[in-house]
Design a protein around this ligand. Structure first.
Ligand SMILES: [Fe+2]
Length: 311
């Protein structure tokens, strides 16, 4: 089960701590910052807290895509407000990445910057379809952005001035894979070298992808993680009886965690920001603790196809 590792302000600049913080994350622990470790202007906070995001058919979080400097899922904003939202998200993304580049230095030269998000909704009682619910325990997996064994690291900030953000965490990936993997509802995937038909299908998918067809090149690892995500959320018995730790993240605190490893749920709280970073498998301090390594150990097969990596 996850432990909370508090990052003291005095240790933010300590180079000796970098490796230790990476190790704690890879062991499935949560790095916790009692106070936001970078400047966040009140004017920006006021703007974010005034956002209601009402009227959208599916009420999605606002996403910021740093590579193209674009925001999506913004509703009911004037062009001026939209630009302001874009500026604030860009600034949050930059400050977060500056902090992590220093704090998690062993990862910084090879990581891949992913999306950031603004979460203006109250998580408690939020009406979403089962697989999209945040208040059910799950491990993260991106349906349209496969990671091929690399890791999903997320940094969160509770910008609500009054309300804590409440999380539950439960068993880590290894326990979940041992408990539920290989059952009818969650079969282990075949390794990439195991069958000729599997290799042929992946080669065809790769060709179709090259031709520009909208095909997601998912490795056996990605398929398993997506199935595990869905399986956990749809498993009422697991949600009810699994062992749980309860966490409170106070106003203006931040936390970072490998969300592909630590099963988690956000059960209440409103107004949070988040930045995702993809950490390559090759950069890990404890590669054997990565979900892909655990899955490969259990199945004695390779779960990542090099054909898909080179795109
Ligand atoms: Fe999640």
């Amino acid at each position: 089960m996850a432990q909370l590792i508090t990052v003291e302000e005095a240790n933010l600049q300590q180079i000796d701590y970098h490796q230790r913080y990476c190790e704690e994350l890879e062991k499935g622990n949560i790095l916790f910052f009692p106070k936001c470790p970078f400047d966040f202007p009140q004017e920006e906070l006021d703007f974010l807290l005034s956002q209601k995001q009402t009227g959208a058919a599916n009420r999605k979080n606002i996403a910021y895509k740093p590579q193209s400097n674009k925001i999506t899922n913004v509703v009911a904003l004037s062009e001026e407000q939209r630009m302001k939202m874009l500026d604030i998200m860009q600034s949050y993304s930059r400050k977060t990445m500056d902090l992590l580049a220093h704090l998690l230095a062993p990862y910084a030269d090879k990581w891949k910057l992913d999306y950031a998000s603004f979460r203006p909704f109250q998580e408690k009682g939020r009406q979403l379809r089962t697989r999209a619910r945040n208040d059910l325990l799950h491990v993260d997996s991106f349906p349209s952005r496969p990671v091929h064994g690399d890791r999903i690291l997320r940094f969160f900030t509770n910008i609500n001035p009054l309300e804590k953000r409440h999380w539950i965490t439960s068993d880590p990936f290894e326990t979940l894979a041992e408990l539920f993997g290989g059952t009818n509802k969650l079969p282990f995937p075949q390794g990439v070298h195991e069958t000729f038909s599997g290799r042929l299908i992946r080669a065809l998918k790769k060709s179709a992808h090259k031709l520009g067809l909208p095909i997601t090149l998912r490795s056996p690892y990605d398929s398993f993680m997506l199935n595990l995500h869905n399986f956990l959320k749809e498993n009422e018995e697991f949600q009810e009886i699994c062992s749980k730790d309860y966490w409170e993240f106070p106003p203006h605190s931040c936390w970072a965690v490998f969300t592909d490893q630590v099963s988690h749920a956000a059960i209440s709280g409103q107004y949070a920001l988040e930045q995702t970073v993809i950490i390559p498998r090759l950069s890990l301090i404890i590669p054997e603790a990565a979900p892909v390594s655990i899955l490969e150990k259990i199945t004695k097969s390779s779960m990542v196809d090099s054909l898909f990596l080179a795109h």
